[in-house]
Design a protein around this ligand. Structure first.
Ligand code: AMP
Ligand code: MG
Length: 417
């Protein structure tokens, strides 16, 4: 039984519920391959033909009949060539060799390729000399790539729901595809809220701070291929918030805000969303990021992130991005963070009940093992901790104490996009 504070939802439950309640967007578009990097694939891609399409050579050398090697005196006439795109048309005559290039079709009759470095070719390349030890080392089928050994006709080479990486786009190209069906980018409107905020570039009024969260949100959203509308700063004013958020909800799939979701007097996001639509979730058992709010205005998803800059980034990476990926049709496994077991390089104590992420780095100790070290402060207001961090240490809800040497889970930040 986990010791969760009343009124808070476990992250795992919150994501499960959000995945269930928030539908996958139906909009799919056919996009040229070079515009598909990082997009969510929305079709299964089947191989229309095998790769390689014919048996071909893995090396530059000479194609021979393996059985001939036992009978020849160490020399063989070279009677033709097979180049990539220009195959040798006949069957290899017994006792002869065909000059062959990497990727060229293995001619009928040949069943092994001897690499060119292992033979001595005549000046005019009309014949080759093969030393006895090379013949002794040669095996049948050596250096031949078989038709279909990479991909067989009918194989599903890419599955709907994956997030396309360079190798995935390359395999589609290898099948002759010029475009793929992918999720249309989510249209996300982004606001920062707070009377204390100033726009970078403007003068800073006394007591003001520059709005940094908007830039964190926009970056995270762009990283997963969203089409972002930057709607700037909003004051802590009910009518201002209601008008701007209500308008944005009309022509966006998601409205994402920072600040104003807690319980202070100036925290107006909840009443605004409650008036315009409904609040579907609030307060997660996580640290940082507890006050995170999810709601709905018409068909538009509303995500209210807390104002603290570390909360924005951590809850953004671990809750919002998986949810938006899901909306674009991604399989869950594509948004699960990578969790690597490593040793703790520090002692730590805390109250239980929330899943907590410490800003962390890996260091290699004298014995060659990796150890995670944590930033000196756990404050969610310190953006410098995220700039310092290369990863996060995840502390489970029911863990109250860590000692140096304990096994912990490390989440590389680069694996969180
Ligand atoms: P709030 O959730 O609105 O109470 O904000 C919590 C803390 O985060 C306060 O210290 C705010 O000044 C700070 N904060 C809110 N919005 C931003 C922002 N856009 N950029 C940087 N800090 C912010
Ligand atoms: Mg505020």
């Amino acid at each position: 039984m986990q010791n969760i504070k009343p009124g808070l939802t476990l992250l795992s439950d919150a994501l499960e519920i959000a995945f269930f309640e928030v539908p996958v967007a139906q909009h799919v578009e056919e996009r040229p391959l070079t515009d598909c990097y990082g997009a969510v694939l929305r079709e299964d891609v089947m191989a229309g033909f095998s790769v390689p399409s014919v048996d071909n050579s893995a090396m530059d050398g000479y194609a021979v009949r393996f059985a001939d090697l036992a009978t020849v005196d160490g020399t063989m006439p070279v009677v033709g060539t097979s180049l990539a795109g220009h195959p040798y048309s006949g069957t290899v005559p017994e006792g002869t060799a065909i000059r062959i290039a990497t990727g060229a079709a293995v001619p009928d009759g040949a069943d092994c390729v001897i690499i060119q470095e292992n033979v001595i070719a005549d000046q005019d390349e009309a014949g080759i000399e093969i030393a006895g030890d090379v013949i002794a080392r040669t095996r049948r089928h050596q250096n031949i790539r078989w038709a279909g050994e990479d991909i067989k006709k009918g194989d599903v080479v890419l599955r709907a729901g994956m997030v396309l990486r360079p190798q995935d786009i390359a395999i589609a190209a290898g099948q002759g595809r010029a475009s793929l069906k992918v999720a249309r980018p989510l249209r996300v409107a982004v606001f920062s809220t707070g009377d204390e905020l100033a726009k970078p570039g403007d003068p800073l009024p006394p007591g003001g701070i520059y709005d940094s969260n908007r830039f964190a949100m926009i970056g995270m959203l762009r990283d997963i291929g969203c089409q972002v509308t930057d709607l700037g700063l909003l004051a802590d004013d009910f009518d201002v918030l209601a008008t701007a958020i209500g308008d944005a909800a009309q022509n966006h799939d998601v409205v994402m805000t920072s600040g104003g979701v807690s319980v202070g007097k100036a925290d107006l996001l909840k009443p605004v969303v409650d008036k315009l639509g409904e609040i579907t979730a609030w307060k997660l058992a996580i640290k940082p990021g507890k006050p995170l709010m999810r709601g709905r205005i018409g068909k538009c998803l509303v995500i209210g992130l807390p104002g603290n800059p570390v909360s924005v980034l951590v809850s953004g990476l671990l809750y919002v991005l998986p949810l938006l990926r899901h909306m674009m049709g991604a399989e869950r496994s594509w948004s699960e963070p990578v969790r690597i077991p490593v040793r703790a390089g520090f002692d730590f104590q805390r109250g239980t009940g929330r899943r907590e992420w410490l800003r962390a780095r890996l260091i290699q100790t004298d014995d060659g093992e990796f150890e995670a070290v944590a930033f000196s402060s756990t404050s969610s207001g310190m953006l410098s901790s995220m700039v310092w961090a290369e990863g996060l240490i995840e502390i489970p809800e029911n863990c109250g104490k860590l000692s140096k040497g304990d096994q912990i889970l490390y989440l590389p930040l680069r694996g969180l996009q």
